[in-house]
Structure formats: structure tokens, C-alpha cells
Design a protein around this ligand. Sequence first.
Ligand code: CA
Length: 227
Amino acid sequence: MSTKATIVIIEDEKNICSFISRILEPEGYRVITSNTGRDGLQHINSNHPDLILLDLMLPGISGEEVLQEIRKQGNTPVIILTAKDTIDDKVEVLQSGADDYVTKPFDIKEVLARVAVQIRRMEGSFSEGNLVYQGLELDRENFCVRVDQTELPKITRQEFSILELLLKHPKKVFSKEEIFEYAWEEAYMGETKTLDVHISNIRKKIKSVTSKEYIETIWGIGYRLHP
Ligand code: CA
């Protein structure tokens, strides 16, 4: 990292805040903690963090509302801190625009790894040129996606990575496993719902600006760009 990445933590339990700060600061991150959603949003506006760690169960403005507010403003990566751990809870979190989640109680290594993935992806996405396929353009400098010059609604990091992989090799059929491991940078455990939700989110966003279809489902295998 050339400059220190800034991370905002929004979590009402002060001991969890200081616990996470103590893990992240020695790794070279600048950490700002806040105990309410309102406070957190102010920190986000004034510090433009590179990553946000967000608890869902907050007094006052809920974590879900904070996330909505963050997504109105941009696509800063958000990792949700949650005690809910059913697959439906996770899918709901991802559908609402978060990039990833960590389940309480935390494993220190897991928190560090997930933070590093999001930071690395963001740095990577700024360093290369645009990818274009039949009017679909991935703008890696501005982190946005356009179809025939019209910008899609705000896209998440994982959605961006999925499109990036598909656009890098437009004719290739990718297995769900390959896409998952590229976009999440972790081993695929055979759970496909998370990826399917992201693909469906991407399709919805594309559909909101064009009638063209870009992602084709190859049944039993995975996905590719429509030839
Ligand atoms: Ca809480």
C-alpha cells in the first residue's frame, strides 16, 4: 500500500471496536471507530474510507439503513459484522449491497483476510485499463459499468469482479467454482446461492439500462457472456 488504507468501523460494542482496531492497526491500516450509525456516516463523509466494517444491530439508525445510505453515495466496500449466520441471512446481506460479511464471534485471521481481499481488489481495480464487450464497458479507473455509454446503478466489488472475469475471456464458459474463487479469492465450498444472487443482481442492473442480455447461464456448468 502506498498510502495507508483507511477503515471505518461502525459497531456499538466498544470492546469489539477496540479489538478489531488492535488487529488492523499493526497491519498498517488507519482505523476510525464509531459506535452509532449517525456517527459512522459522518466519519464516512469526512474521511472517505477505503473500507467500512458495519455491525447490523445498532442503536438508533440500524446497520441496514446505514448500508443503504452508504450505497446511495458510492461503492466503498462494506464488510458486515453479523451474529446472524444462516444462509438466508447472508444472502439477504449480500443482496442489500454489502461486499462480504464476517460472523461473530470473529476469528482474527478471517477478519484480516477479508479486509485484505477488499482492499487489494479496490487497488487492483484502479490500476488497469477498461474492458469492453459489445457495448458493455467496465471502467476500472472509475469503478463503474456502462452499457452503450449509460452507467449502471452502483455496482458492488464482487459484481465488478465477476464481470471482470467474464470480460477478460468473453468466449469462455466459466464454472461457478472458477467465478467464485476469482471474485471472493477463497475456496469454493459448493454453495452456489451466493454467486447466483450476485449474477441475478448484475442482470437486474444491466436490465435497468438496456434490453440486451449479457450473461448466459450454461446449465449444470456456470456462466459466460452471450456470444
Ligand atoms: Ca451491535
